[in-house]
Design a protein around this ligand. Structure first.
Ligand code: UGA
Length: 452
């Protein structure tokens, strides 16, 4: 099938590459010409494991352009995967979405085109995008005889495992009020639903993956599923962090408690890792948007609001723990291991490291940091903060009064801890992710604590 994808961020690019890989002809469009030039030259603007390899394999089916007139005519499916960044009120900024809808309406010309919202959009956006499309289409001088319908196809991929999540999803959700739109998207996703594509060697198909369930709903339900899924995952994390605080007071081990809870199949073991809490571009933004949407209907969401409060408290816990250990923070040197909001990405949006670094700097601390992938980006986007960037974890440790593990990159699990301890002024490590081996660190002479 012929597909156009508007926006080459995480969602757009991953979707485009995966659909091209499964045999469709895909036009990826971005209005940022420099991104398109880079992609045409085979350069990937984001860090995502295996994306470069899959893009190279799919390249005969992939086209990059900044022109709607090139991407849209003839497309059977057009995905809108543009950014919807948060505004100060918590409601997402829909400017890019509306621009995309209008531009599609100006160029659409197929017998039947399904325009799919893949960006995380507020409930009701499907109807709104439909009306923008129709207006733009009807205002054309000589409109072609095109027909189109809007669908919602929320994305559930995680950064860092984006390709795995797209090729082997737990489910595909399609919200459409018109049965024809559902049929088109069913055909589009068939290779993934039936798992008939040959798995790439570097992304083997997990044994547990069988046919992928397709959930077909109305537009509003699909839109709400996306927000509800992210809010539920976010509150699972905040729940374990709330229990973690009590666990610390009563002398219980939160990792054991999480394991004990998660073995109940009704609860499940994932997203129960306690620590400094969630970051990234999704949980914060989507929980804020959910609360804002509820507000528009005169509703409160006390559970989601509390999850947000608990998450922000976890960042304060880092400072409290360091104060407990060091007594005075002013004039200290503290090293952060990890800057990205989670491992295997260079994304720094709402990264806990930035908030923690700022809190420490405000208290007169000299902050040093390292990250295996995100350092360059940090320098570009947050250079003014005055954090000293180091080329290795050992260099961070040099002269530090404390280290904080902020992002659980694998390479931090097996550091030469003896050498790290020797370089520090005071060998104390605060494990913000319950990721390190306490015994090993203590044997190396480090004092060890966690952010419960
Ligand atoms: C999240 C969802 O997991 C995806 O399903 C969704 O598609 C995506 O948002 C989105 O809406 O686009 P992502 O933000 O990429 O994906 O990353 P996650 O793996 O969910 O991690 C989010 C944050 O939670 C990270 O900072 C991570 O360190 C933290 N986390 C995760 C915990 O603190 N504890 C856990 O047990 C799990």
């Amino acid at each position: 099938m012929r597909v156009a994808i508007i926006g080459t961020g995480y969602v757009g690019l991953t979707t485009g590459v995966c659909l091209a890989f499964t045999g469709h002809s895909v036009f990826c469009l971005d209005t940022d010409q420099s991104k398109i030039d880079a992609l045409k030259a085979g350069k990937i603007p984001i860090y995502e494991p295996n994306l470069a390899e899959l893009l190279a394999e799919a390249s005969p089916n992939l086209h990059f352009t900044s022109s709607y007139a090139e991407a849209i005519p003839g497309a059977e499916v057009v995905f809108i995967a543009v950014g919807t960044p948060p505004t100060p009120s918590g409601a997402p900024n829909l400017e890019y979405l509306s621009q995309a809808a209008r531009s599609i309406g100006q160029c659409v010309d197929s017998e039947f085109t399904v325009v799919v919202n893949k960006s995380t959009v507020p409930i009701g956006s499907g109807n709104w995008v439909g009306s923008l499309l129709r207006d733009a289409y009807e205002q054309r001088q000589r409109p072609a005889k095109a027909e189109f319908a809007v669908a919602s196809n929320p994305e559930f991929l995680r950064e860092g495992t984006a390709l795995h999540d797209s090729l082997y999803p737990d489910r595909i959700v399609i919200g459409a009020d018109e049965p024809r739109a559902l049929e088109v998207l069913y055909s589009l996703y068939r290779p993934i639903l039936d798992q008939t594509f040959p798995a790439p060697t570097y992304l083997p198909r997990p044994e547990s993956v069988g046919a992928v369930p397709l959930l077909s709903t109305d537009l509003a339900s699909a839109e709400l599923i996306k927000y509800a899924a992210n809010a539920f995952l976010a509150l699972k994390i905040s729940f374990i962090n709330e229990i973690g605080l009590l666990a610390e007071r009563v002398g219980a081990n939160i990792s054991e408690v999480a394991r004990g809870i998660g073995l109940d199949s009704r609860i499940g073991p994932r997203f129960l890792s306690a620590g400094i809490g969630w970051g990234g571009s999704c949980f914060g933004k989507d929980t804020a948007a959910l609360v804002a949407t509820a507000g528009e209907y005169g509703l409160h969401m006390p559970i989601v609001e509390s999850a947000r409060k608990v998450n922000s408290r976890q960042r304060d816990r880092v400072v409290e723990k360091l104060l407990q250990e060091l007594k005075i923070l002013k004039g200290r040197t503290i090293g952060l291991l990890g800057l990205a909001f989670k491992p295997n990405t260079d994304d720094l949006r709402e990264a806990p490291a930035i908030e923690i670094a700022q809190k420490l700097i405000d208290r007169g601390v000299r902050v040093k940091a390292h990250d295996p992938i995100a350092m360059e980006r940090f320098g570009r986007e947050h250079g003014q903060m005055g954090v000293q960037i180091c080329s290795s974890a050992c260099e961070v440790a040099e002269g530090c009064d404390a280290l904080v593990l902020v992002t659980e990159w694998n390479e931090y699990r097996d550091l030469e801890w003896d050498a790290v301890a020797r370089k520090m002024r005071s060998p104390f490590i605060l494990d913000g992710r319950h990721a390190l081996d306490r015994e090993k660190l203590m044997r190396a002479g480090l004092r060890y604590a966690t952010v419960n």
